[in-house]
Design a binder for this molecule. Sequence first.
Ligand code: ADP
Length: 379
Amino acid sequence: MIAKKNILQSKVTSHLPKLHFNQKAAIEHERLTSLIQSMGDGVIAIDEKARIAVYNGAALNILDSNTGIEDKLIADVLKLYDKTNQPVDVTEMINTTTTSMTTRDLCLIYSDGTKLNLYISIAPVRLGYGKKGQKGHVILIRDITREKSLEEERDEFISVVSHELRTPIAIAEGNISNAQFIADKNFELSKIKDALKQAHTQTIFLAGLINDLSTLSRAERGKLSLDIEPINTHELCKDLYKNYTPSAEAKGLKLTLDLGSSLELLYSSKLYVREILQNFITNAIKYTEKGSITVGADQKDNGVQFWVQDTGIGISKPDQEKVFNKFFRSDDYRTRENNGTGLGLYVTMKLVRMIKADIDLESEINKGSVFRIFIPNLQ
Ligand code: ADP
């Protein structure tokens, strides 16, 4: 975004016909001027010919202008675009406003391409004083870019999550009802087992998703607590190996351990270290079609270096910078063939920060990835 120019002497310029103010009117005028000046929202009043008569510093700030705008046509100053980035005829919009209107759907685009979402309120007014006062409009403008992006993020969140919930629930439901049907009819045990297995896989995915969401929500509210305890990293890795071997084998992948011989107790959060490694391992299994996955750990000065290496689809250079972003999922069709929300690594990063760890990602498309993490002793 362009640095907002400092409007030291923002003006409220009034082009009213020269009237003989009595003292009271002059004081009132001054009061009004300073009131408009002190408003956080941009105020622009235009006359019947759509020329600017009054404005304040906040308006100049939003328009990113450090020169006066009095007498300019509003259409030359306020260049608005709609949701689809089509220019809006501002004069027409104002002229057709007979009662007041507000909108949150228009934006300004600065010369460097930065977009500013605006709240705009337009109201017809009598601008001048006395009987000959001209008619015009007052326009209120407010920068709502941040609010908008939060709204968009919330909408995206709801849509991603509801979509991700719907698919596995539908598959699990379909399979359970199928199993019931077969049990009632001809009791073919292998088919029942098959249906239940699929339902089970989807339920595991749902449990993982809900787990991610709950961690995420606690992390975003700053409610994650940190319990430091001694972790036997050797045991932890063996336990993960035991838990994930079945899902790796189900895909024909080989899961192996590569543990250093001098592993010592690690003082960190057992819960978070486990969750971080689990996220790497589930991703490695998910995004690997053939080959192997290695979970490794090595003792370092004051901490342990873990890594999860796969021979999977790999991550392109530009995507490597984005994988820890919220909702990011690669466009690669092989990624899209798998369920996912793009939340796992985002949550992982939150946990990584909590335990002051360092992550390093190395990956090559079609060759595989290695996620390395150094976890320091926190005691
Ligand atoms: P999800 O797996 O639910 O999509 P994540 O946040 O765990 O979300 O991962 C974000 C994205 O990073 C994935 O969608 C995928 O594109 C990429 N990714 C993560 N781990 C791997 C991996 N081991 N191999 C290839 N791509 C990966």
